[in-house]
Design a protein around this ligand. Structure first.
Ligand SMILES: C[S@@+](CC[C@H](N)C(=O)[O-])C[C@H]1O[C@@H](n2cnc3c(N)ncnc32)[C@H](O)[C@@H]1O
Length: 262
């Protein structure tokens, strides 16, 4: 029931049910594309390596799948994909595209902070601007750890923390070369105008949270778009993104022999 969801999840559901119409066309483009391209600049998989080398036969969950094109890329490579998303409107597009492309995998309407699957169900948990940005990390990260088998991988792509410090609050204005807000204490972020609730963490906070949840941090990729790259998003220019990372990819792994660091 909607009233039982945490406040930020309820608010983000209303937002994403509304924004879903703006994500139909990008969803269609990404479903039509065979080779994965990531983030707002559509950086090639060979640059960021979001996907593990072996996908055939693995169980994978996409946390905040939206139109589920990432799950489609996984399924086409032989993974048993599952997508979960907080917005029924986003999932409606995903279901239509599944039908169009003849791909069938489970799509769940729900909160990635509490996924209705048993412990140790998956080998990969992945999120591109999904739950990793819009869900509370103190809940979704331990939940991802619970869902993964020993040796399982967590990979997610979010706005870089640096860019979050440099983004003017006004909608549609690009990041500047000035630090506009304090880094210390940043966690839950609500931009002006009812645009939902995001979560942005300093790197040390991510590392501690991941380790506390039982992960080993394997890598942090600062994404650099290639010269000439284009984006439909107004919050950063290519000039900025070529000088400083505007996106980052976190890669973590549950140790093969389960052990939680305290
Ligand atoms: C930007 S889309 C991510 C999908 C796709 N990778 C993309 O970039 O378009 C963000 C998605 O996260 C979903 N989302 C937000 N909070 C969530 C939560 N707590 N659990 C599951 N999904 C969530 C939204 O409903 C939305 O579909």
């Amino acid at each position: 029931m909607m009233s039982e969801l945490p406040e930020h999840v309820r608010r983000n559901r209303v937002l994403w049910d509304d924004w879903a119409r703006k994500y139909v066309a990008p969803g269609e483009t990404n479903w039509a594309q065979d080779s994965p391209a990531w983030g707002i600049w559509r950086v090639a998989e060979s640059e960021v390596r979001m996907l593990p080398e072996k996908l055939a036969g693995i169980d994978a969950i996409e946390l905040g799948c939206g139109t589920a094109y990432v799950s489609a890329w996984l399924a086409r490579r032989g993974a048993r994909a599952v997508g979960i998303d907080n917005s029924e409107a986003q999932l409606a597009t995903a279901r239509r595209l599944q039908h169009q492309y003849g791909l069938d995998f489970p799509l769940l309407h729900g909160n990635a902070e509490a996924v209705p699957y048993p412990d140790a169900s998956f080998d990969l948990a992945i999120s591109e601007y999904g739950a990793c940005l819009w869900a509370d990390p103190r809940h979704w990260v331990p939940e991802a750890a619970r869902l993964l088998r020993p040796g399982g991988r967590l990979v997610f792509l979010v706005n870089s923390f640096l860019m979050t410090l440099c983004m003017p609050a006004e909608d549609g204005v690009a990041a500047t070369d000035r630090l506009l807000r304090p880094a210390f204490g940043m966690y839950r972020v609500e931009w002006p105008g009812d645009v939902g609730v995001e979560f942005h963490l300093p790197h040390g906070e991510w590392i501690r949270l991941l380790r506390r949840s039982g992960f080993e941090v394997e890598d942090l990729i600062e994404v650099r778009p290639p010269a000439g790259a284009m984006t439909r998003y107004p919050f950063v220019t290519l000039e900025w993104a070529r000088q400083w990372p505007c996106e980052e990819v976190w890669k973590a792994r549950k140790p093969s022999t389960a052990g939680v660091e305290r």
